[in-house]
Unconditional design. Structure first.
Length: 573
């Protein structure tokens, strides 16, 4: 049962156990509502002279039933809502643990707006269903079975009069599943589109204003919101109509009991007390059936969120074993990699990047240089061949274990909405303030940070929006200094720096890279002419490997890049 609930509603182990407990108390709650009816029957029995009656026993039963119902209702509330909010936290933590172990390839093919909505909105949707629908749904089914057996034991004809319309109403709810589910899924997809649209409008607000597109985008937004409203109404109707029709059918129970009961009463087969009891039972079950239809409707609405969360669970995460790495030579042998199946970006390359030496990767844009750094750092796993560090294949080493030995500074800098010092501290969360400030000075951050309102405590905005490109790059480089890892991967780190700052950064890098394994990409050919080894790439393949002087004579691609670099420096605008 627990495994079924886990898969059916995308719950954790604790959440599935909590739902089982909550369903038990929901069942007891439904059954407990029959106790006042039974007490009333006992009182009526005495008042009508149809059986023995003791006022003391009636008062005692009243107290016992009241205390029992108070306990059951309290436990039902506690198990339903407390377990729900715990599960909401547990589910988000589980998803976060999955997300952090996913390869970078997942993010390149996934809509990040949809991912954030899954973590926040989808979990919230399941949370609401877990607290307001699922325990009641299962609780009513179980209690209905128990009550039905009791009613049939009491009187088969009257029992069937109550049960048949109620059961028919429940069956109609199940039959209408496709209608309810379809309308809910359509609205869900349109909601996702609206989230993505508004996210893009916010992200591209500068471009929208600069190209005078504000009115056009506003009209598009209004048109889409109106369209979304229609889908919302359609979704509501897709659920309201079946629920309403189901409610009409369940109400037939009361009329059928009255018809059958009166006939039985006239024939003398039952007394008025029996008749009243079945009327009360029918009325109680009708209320429960109305709630049941609503519960089932909400279950249809959570199908899409459940599908998204289970899809995340089924993603292949980065795996590997812990390894004690001591030597940091990198050796690649016949490595293949494709972002899209059948289209190789890295094609059967073999290379070495030795500790204590600097290796530069050069070649035309799109030749696979950055991809090589990504697979060396295991942000992506290669398709074929192998990459070894300390004679251990990296895709068999635990990613967390590998990452602690690698510092990466890529062209696209990602910063957090926090202070300068906190953004640098990402490189080593356990570093002291003095160590962070020292790394910042090495990366030449002092020059611009001292001009900020609160220095290193200044909030830099979302993704460093309050800083220039060069300033953001320097913070990223400071992180690498702070981490002080054995392997350093640098991708176009000077692209956003002016000539003066590039000189300072280069001086700092010379200190940082001493005795380390360094792989660097740069289009500024002057900055890599003195490295130990240059790998020339073209169309995903390695064309040649050597020093600057060797490649000038052997590699047409390298010679062309050097000539183009000289020409661009001499060009006068």
């Amino acid at each position: 049962m627990k495994e079924y609930l886990k898969n059916r509603f995308a719950l954790t182990d604790k959440g599935a156990r909590g739902l089982i407990i909550a369903s038990k108390y929901s069942t007891l709650k439904s059954l407990s509502f029959m106790l006042p009816i039974m007490l009333l029957m006992y009182v009526l029995q005495g008042l009508l002279g149809l059986g023995s009656f003791d006022i003391k026993i009636a008062i005692l039963l009243f107290i016992v039933i009241g205390l029992f119902m108070f306990y059951i209702l309290n436990r039902d509330y506690m198990t339903t809502y407390d377990e729900t909010y715990k599960e909401s936290a547990n589910l988000r933590i589980e998803i976060s643990n999955i997300v952090k172990d996913l390869p970078l390839s997942f993010y390149s093919r996934t809509d990040l707006t949809n991912l954030s909505q899954t973590i926040m909105k989808d979990v919230e949707t399941i949370e609401h269903a877990l607290s307001h629908a699922l325990p009641g749904f299962y609780g009513f089914i179980i209690s209905f079975i128990i009550i039905s057996i009791m009613l049939l034991i009491g009187n088969i004809k009257l029992g069937l009069s109550v049960i048949i319309p109620i059961l028919s109403s429940m069956i109609l709810s199940f039959i209408s599943k496709d209608i309810q589910s379809k309308s809910a899924k359509v609205y869900y997809k349109e909601q996702r589109k609206s989230s993505k649209m508004f996210q893009e409008l916010i992200d591209l607000s500068t471009e929208i204003k600069s190209y005078n597109l504000s009115n056009e985008k506003m009209e598009e937004s209004i048109k889409f919101v109106r369209k979304l409203e229609k889908f919302h109404i359609s979704s509501e109707l897709g659920q309201v109509i079946p629920i309403t029709f189901s409610g009409v059918v369940s109400n037939l129970s009361l009329g059928l009991v009255m018809f059958v009961g009166l006939n039985e009463l006239i024939r003398g087969n039952i007394n008025v007390l029996y008749f009243a009891g079945y009327l009360f039972a029918a009325a109680r079950l009708i209320d429960g059936t109305t709630a049941f239809s609503g519960y089932y409707g909400e279950m249809m609405f959570i199908d899409s969120p459940i599908k998204n969360i289970n899809a995340l669970r089924n993603e292949v995460v980065v795996k590997g074993k812990e390894a004690n790495l001591k030597n940091f030579d990198i050796v690649g042998e016949n490595v293949d990699f494709s972002y899209i199946e059948g289209k190789k970006v890295v094609d059967n390359i073999s290379f070495e990047s030795l500790q204590g030496r600097t290796t530069a990767l050069v070649g035309p844009s799109g030749c696979g240089k950055t991809t090589v750094l990504r697979i060396v750092s295991r942000l992506y796993d290669y398709d074929d061949g192998q990459i070894l560090i300390d004679d251990k294949e990296i895709n068999k080493v635990a990613a967390k274990n590998l990452f602690k030995h690698i510092s990466m500074v890529f062209q696209d800098v990602i910063l957090f909405n926090g202070s300068v010092i906190d953004n640098i501290r990402i490189g080593n969360m356990y570093a002291s303030d003095e160590e962070v400030l020292h790394a910042a000075k090495l990366a030449n951050c002092d020059e611009f940070v001292n001009k900020l309102p609160n220095g290193y405590d200044t909030n830099i905005g979302e993704n460093g929006s309050k800083l220039s490109g060069g300033e953001r790059q320097r913070i990223s480089i400071a992180r690498a200094f702070l981490k002080n890892a054995e392997i350093i991967l640098l991708d176009e780190i000077a692209a956003s720096l002016d000539v003066e700052n590039e000189k300072y950064i280069q001086e700092s890098l010379n200190k940082l890279t001493k005795d380390k394994t360094v792989m660097i990409i740069s289009h500024r050919m002057k900055s890599i002419q003195n490295v130990d080894q240059i790998i020339v790439m073209n169309d995903g393949k390695i064309e040649d490997i050597g020093t600057h002087e060797e490649l000038l004579n052997r590699s047409k691609t390298y010679k062309k890049m050097i000539d183009s670099s000289i020409a661009s420096e001499e060009f006068i605008y």
